[in-house]
Design a protein around this ligand. Structure first.
Ligand SMILES: Nc1nc2c(c(=O)[nH]1)N[C@H]1C(S)=C(S)[C@@H](COP(=O)(O)O)O[C@H]1N2
Ligand SMILES: [Mo]
Length: 384
């Protein structure tokens, strides 16, 4: 069940008390939000699943108060002094708080954070999991230190191959598996992999992982560990439900609805090329005359090369203008303007292509968990 939550409903909800402090804060890009904007889409009764409204998918930066939230078990108590341990196959294990990171080079990266299950509700046939529309993504600036600098300080064993990362949130009962992910050492040492302390220029909020979280630009959100407590350097990939069973994608195309044997599944890494139209809203209205199709486009594999828009159901495509700086795992706003001289229904499609020539497909690849949906986004509105 999906319900829209207005600010009042938010503030009345005790379990969302942490959001209250956010709502009182000024908006990252200035100006008070309208009533319609100041709403999350909430899934069922779980406050840990909050979606960013589609209308924000036309901005370079997603304001923190509407940045989607996805937490398997909910946040642990806020503890500004929580430390991260760099342990396992290292010469000198380290235990570091935010204050202990001060001496290291500070890095700020603008990156898309997208849940692997974003847009899952559009997979046909449908699959279980949080039935996200397109709101399980956002772009923010993240500030922190390179994980590489911490690993080098600790001195990584030459036989190490992975880091097992986990946070301070606990499964609700002992029989529920802990949320643990493994990341190849090569990706952990990538200069864009950060231990972040700030988001959009402010200290991380509890919902987004305060005081420390991992940033893995280009990779699906499940690697971006919140409330980070442990970076355990290991020889092999970690085991457990969240590596073994969850976040896997078939190694070859499978027939929709077909079960896939475990040996034909591999762990997710980067998210594929995608564009989403933020405006006009599907089902909306606009006066005859100038029309504007605006959205965001990104790829976990390369910077965006182009975004095209079609007004004839994919028969012909026109290039949209790209705004802002491009990069791997970073979104750019695209804009396409045209004149609509007659009344009637208009349908726009958008498709992005990245610099490795990966093109957004007409239909997404079906997979058992509905990850990485990235089909052409289609929006219709009434011109009158
Ligand atoms: N410790 C911890 N980190 C976590 C999670 C979690 O449940 N626990 N959820 C992950 C998933 S699946 C996603 S998509 C992102 C969501 O980040 P956000 O809530 O800041 O948007 O956090 C990731 N990091
Ligand atoms: Mo996720």
């Amino acid at each position: 069940m999906i319900s829209r939550l207005d600010r009042r409903a938010f503030l009345q909800s005790a379990s969302l008390a942490f959001i209250a402090s956010l709502a009182r804060r000024s908006w990252a890009d200035g100006g008070a939000p309208s009533a319609a904007e100041d709403a999350f889409v909430r899934f069922g009764s779980a406050p840990q699943q909050l979606a960013t409204p589609l209308s924000f998918m036309e901005r370079p930066i997603t304001p923190t108060p509407v940045f989607f939230v996805r937490s398997h078990f909910g946040p642990p108590a806020l503890d500004a002094a929580r430390k991260v341990a760099i342990t396992g196959m290292v010469k000198t294990p380290l235990t570091l708080s935010v204050a202990d990171l001060k001496g290291l080079p500070e890095v700020t990266i603008t990156a898309v954070l997208q849940c692997a299950g974003n847009s899952r509700s559009f997979i046909e046939p449908r699959v279980p999991g949080v039935q996200w529309s397109h709101g399980a993504m956002g772009q923010a600036t993240f500030t922190g230190v390179r994980l590489k600098d911490l690993l080098e300080k600790a001195g990584v064993d030459t036989k190490a191959g992975f880091v097992r990362v986990s946070g301070g949130d606990l499964a609700p009962k002992p029989t529920v598996p802990a949320f643990i992910r493994s990341i190849p050492l090569s990706r952990a040492m990538d200069p864009t992999t950060l231990v972040a302390t700030r988001m959009n220029g402010e200290p991380l909020t509890l919902a987004h992982g305060a005081p420390l979280r991992l940033i893995v630009p280009g990779w699906a959100g499940d690697h971006w560990i919140k409330w980070l407590t442990t970076v355990n350097v290991q020889k092999d990939e970690a085991d457990g439900f969240y590596m073994h069973t969850a976040y896997k994608f078939p190694t070859e195309v499978v027939a929709p609805g077909q079960p896939v044997p475990p040996e034909k599944m591999k762990s997710l890494t980067t998210f594929p090329v995608k564009s989403i139209i933020g405006r006009p809203a599907d089902g909306g209205r606009a006066p005859i005359g100038a029309q504007e199709v605006v959205g965001v486009a990104f790829s976990g594999d390369a910077a965006i090369a182009k975004v095209e828009v079609s007004l004839d159901d994919g028969k012909t495509w026109k290039p949209a203008a790209l705004e802002g700086e491009g990069g791997v795992g970073r979104w750019q706003v695209f804009r396409y303007r045209f004149e609509q001289k007659t009344a009637g229904r208009v349908t726009a499609l958008a498709r992005a292509t990245d610099r490795k020539n990966n093109a957004q497909p007409e239909k997404a690849v079906w997979n058992p968990s509905g990850y990485h949906w990235n089909a052409w986004h289609r929006v219709s509105w009434e011109v009158a």
